[in-house]
Design a protein around this ligand. Sequence first.
Ligand code: AGP
Length: 610
Amino acid sequence: MCGIVGYVGQELCAPILVDGLRRLEYRGYDSAGLAVHSSGKIEVRRAVGKLRNLEKALDERPLPGNVGIGHTRWATHGRPSETNAHPHVAGPIAVVHNGIIENHLELRRRLKEAGCTIVSDTDTELVAHLVHAEVERGKDLESAVRAALRELEGAYAIAVLSSKEPDRIVIAKQSSPLVIGLGEDATHCASDIPALLPYTRSMLFLEDGEMAVIEQGGAVVTTLDGKAVEREPRHIDWSPVMAEKAGYKHFMLKEIFEQPRAIEDTLRGRLDRANADIHGHEVGLSEEDAKGIERVLLLACGTSHHAALAGRYYLEALAKVPTSVEIASEFRGRDAVVRPGDLVVAVSQSGETLDTLVAAKEAKAKGAKVLSIVNVIDSAIPRMSDATFYTHAGPEIGVASTKCFSTQLANLLMLAIWLGRRRGTLDAARAGELVEGLAHLPHQMKDVLSGTRQLVANLARRYVEARDVLFLGRGLSFPIALEGALKLKEISYVHAEGYAAGEMKHGPIALIDNKVPVIVLLPKDSHHERSLSNLQEAKAREAIVIGIATEGDEAAREVSDDLVEIPAVAEELAPFLTVLPLQLYSYYVADFKGTDVDQPRNLAKTVTVE
Ligand code: AGP
């Protein structure tokens, strides 16, 4: 899981490539490098660690030239080191690569037998040698790449330079994302849209099994078999500012505060307030399909899995459809039972998470219809799905997912309402309440964010040294408890656990003492009384109790050491509000600890490995 960029134009390319890499650093940041055509040869600069190390190397030894490729790495084959950093060079060839070559052992053995000197532990260097071998046989760069790709099994997005053809880059894609940006006087490529936004909005998305030759005047796309591909570029209306920090200290904080806007965009055009319904054409199901669904199977990883757990409550309560939720990596290869009457819903921010992609493909192969809920347009999961119900959160740069989580909740709730109306399990009055409730959410979220920010920051300051934190919730608050714990773990490195509140007495209660903050989610819902009892149990063991409760809940106020209030909303809507203080809490703990909030250690935004 890495980020790649390429540029062919008239400007000095190194600063443009570095700028693109900075916007892709969320994809990995173990090392970075550039290869640029410079005075008749290819020159390479590489550095271990963050991009600033590469910039330092470029300051010391600048790279002049107008055609080049770049890479930011998240190590898969070989530890982070300068030797393993991309670009990898073999003879006149330089390659950057995102993905994993599955048959790398076999290729390495063959190349060594043929006398190749392989200097790195990476699978990517092997690609450079394969292309080099084809060039040695007399092929031009495009044909050499095409021939080399036939040898590869696995996932790749690659960009290749040859010192013999200094006016072009050859790129190719299989399973990893790759976008071409068509500028006025330049052509770019990158793993993701934000890297291209400052330069162009006109973008061409490569499909699996396609390659392209990019030159200053544009791109020629073909299949790996050499057939011409005609595809219109798409206009992407994300502004570059949307992809930048907009004055916030971190992308994560900006994205937390963007949630009201993200929800508004996600709801836009989908709420049918006049008919207490949802405009559901994007879900790709007929009225008959909706009635005939026998089971919904939700597949996802990480935060998206927590949204899916909330989705199960929505689908069972509103559409009365039996629903199961699977961690995608556990579903894969298990030979799980999937029937043609099943609707599989793959939930993913990136649309590229390999576990979710493969799990959805497995389910599809068994006859299920696949609907995806994804944020990144035209990514791998939407492309294999029968239909995609996009979230419109905009680019999410912080590794810790926030705004994409709440927009996933919105789409899952809309899906449940739409199905419930068609299946006759949700009457107009109840649907109307929920549709109206959704419409009011953006301003309620705004109020909760501005109203609780300081209080939550103070709590984070007070408990910043806590070594363990528990999050408890029942019903729809259980996935929110899991999400609160995941957020705290991933960015502040504090041990945190999310539990179903009723499960605490079966074990985790032993963890509680007067040093453990216990954050209890207890909005006024059908579980409220029992959650309150759980809170009291924690309090009786001297826990520090922080309640997240509905305004005016005096019982919660009485037992909590600290109370964060949210407005009264329907049970189904409370997660959109209760998750906000949890996101803020993890953000401030991490910020006070001084961790790298947007790029926490060991993590990457998009996980395209198993
Ligand atoms: C979220 O904060 C995490 N970084 C991670 O769990 C993420 O949700 C997971 O990797 C799934 O990603 P996806 O939504 O892009 O599929």
